[in-house]
Design a protein around this ligand. Structure first.
Ligand SMILES: [Cu+2]
Length: 219
């Protein structure tokens, strides 16, 4: 399934599949419900000489329209569970991953990379230029996301990654890119007048290209 965004991470397949299933289920429900509404509007419209009926409700019908959608929602919840757990609950081991700090503010993204010691929050950390992010392909990346002021949302559609940044909290998210290329990072939370400027460029590249980029920054 292609869609408008390339499938550039291990999340892309399962998340697109989940999205499509939810879209189909909700579309069918929408057509059925709105169709019934339209039918009833016409069938029971006001007509000369016809009296309105006084009804107390119908327990069976009410139970049905509560239980059936409830079961459908429960089914969707079960269906998406594995994908949710994989994407959101368990982070890869930090020893296998690249850990990057991303700070957001009105209206910029700023990424901080570990220096030669491989650890973040040490003296040799390397700051990337504003709104520029590079990640290696085929290696898990853990982002430590922070906001310096208001709510922002870290969104890289090609990687199927989206996470709110909340002032006062450090939130970790992860992904593994699978397709080298240049992708867009956007803020998906209306955060002020300059919201539209929070557009970053994400470069997914080979380990050696990534290492060279980082080495050049560290100079
Ligand atoms: Cu923002």
């Amino acid at each position: 399934m292609g869609g408008i965004h390339p499938e550039a991470s291990t999340f892309a397949g399962p998340i697109d599949q989940m999205f499509m299933v939810v879209l189909i289920v909700t579309s069918v429900a929408f057509v059925l419900v709105e169709g019934t509404l339209l039918y009833f509007l016409i069938r029971y419209r006001q007509r000369q000489g016809q009296k309105a009926a006084y009804i107390h409700g119908n327990r069976r019908v009410e139970a049905a329209w509560t239980i059936i959608p409830g079961m459908m929602l429960f089914g969707l919840a079960v269906f998406q569970y594995n994908t949710w757990v994989r994407a959101k609950l368990f982070l890869p081991a930090e020893s296998d991953a690249l850990v990057v700090g991303v700070s957001s503010n009105q209206f910029e993204w700023e990424a901080t990379y570990p220096g030669a010691d491989g650890a973040l929050d040490t003296a040799d950390d390397v700051k990337a230029p504003i709104n520029i992010l590079h990640f290696p392909v085929n290696r898990p990346v853990i982002i430590r996301l922070e906001s310096e002021d208001v709510l922002h949302s870290f969104w890289i559609p090609a990687l199927r990654v989206k996470q709110d940044a909340i002032p006062g909290r450090e939130i970790e998210l992860w992904f593994e890119a699978t397709l080298p290329g240049e992708y867009e990072l956007a803020c998906a939370e209306l955060c002020g007048l300059g919201h539209y400027r929070m557009r970053g460029r994400v470069t997914i590249e080979s380990e050696s290209e990534f290492a060279a980029w980082l080495a050049e920054l560290a100079e």
